[in-house]
Design a protein around this ligand. Structure first.
Ligand code: CTP
Ligand code: MG
Length: 222
């Protein structure tokens, strides 16, 4: 059973506001991309990796992989204008006989084998997909402009992270022919088609680097 990882690293990092795409900003001695790539490469669960890089940054991404001695990177593709399109571009490089696809955001540097094991393990229980989640500590309300419309029941809400694992054929079908540009994660596309997605325990260390404060926090965790 082959498990492929898709690493979504093609975002521009607008909210971070650096002079280069987010995957290539410095985190400690290396670029942000190196952290998640090295961890996926070292994972006992992952066989092969496809990286979606910002258009024009495919070569630098391959150089990063070579520098850190990654042996599992099969392809590096140009991402699209949205995360969904970037993942779809990468998925095109995953062979038809792949059993499982694990999709991870390069913006979450500290992925580890325990959480990968939890999401992949759920597929062995018969789920179509699995996502790491954390409880939500803030009260969450739905708004229309600045008018509050509804207060959601917090005990039913979870904050969702990556890595997300899917039966490869299920993810492929969920992404084929759909408008994936508005989807903020892959699981939502699988859910929309009636796929069964399991919520497994996430990890606060998987927090996403979105702005400059997040980058500082990530650096402090190195
Ligand atoms: N991503 C991608 N292709 C895109 C947009 C996003 O592969 N066209 C990836 C990012 O590289 C990141 C993950 O999706 O690893 C989550 O996206 P986000 O944190 O929003 O990153 P950016 O889109 O780069 O940041 P911003 O929204 O601030 O521009
Ligand atoms: Mg974005």
């Amino acid at each position: 059973m082959s498990v492929w990882a898709v690493l979504a690293a093609a975002g521009s990092g607008e909210r971070l506001g650096a002079d280069r795409p987010k995957a290539f900003v410095r985190l400690g001695d290396r670029v942000l991309l190196a952290e998640s790539l090295e961890r996926l490469d070292a994972s006992e669960w992952i066989d092969e990796i496809v990286v979606a890089a910002p258009p024009g940054w495919e070569e630098p991404a391959i150089l990063v992989a070579e520098e850190i001695g990654c042996s599992k990177v099969s392809a590096c593709v140009a991402g699209g204008p949205s995360r969904g399109e970037s993942v779809r571009n990468a998925l095109a490089e995953v062979p038809d006989d792949a059993a499982v696809v694990v999709v991870h955001d390069a913006a979450r540097p500290f992925v580890d084998d325990e959480v990968i094991g939890r999401v992949v393990g759920a597929l062995n229980e018969g789920w179509d997909g699995a996502v790491p989640v954390l409880p939500v500590s803030d009260t969450v309300k739905r708004v229309d402009g600045d008018r509050v419309v509804e207060t959601l029941r917090r005990d039913e809400l979870r904050a969702v992270q990556t890595p997300q694992a899917f039966v490869a054929s299920v993810l492929r079908e969920a992404m084929a022919g759909e408008d994936v540009s508005a989807a903020s994660d892959c699981a939502s596309l699988v859910e929309a088609r009636g796929g069964r997605v399991k919520a497994v325990p996430g990890d606060s260390r998987l927090a996403k680097v979105t702005d400059a404060t997040d980058l500082e926090r990530a650096a402090s965790l190195l």
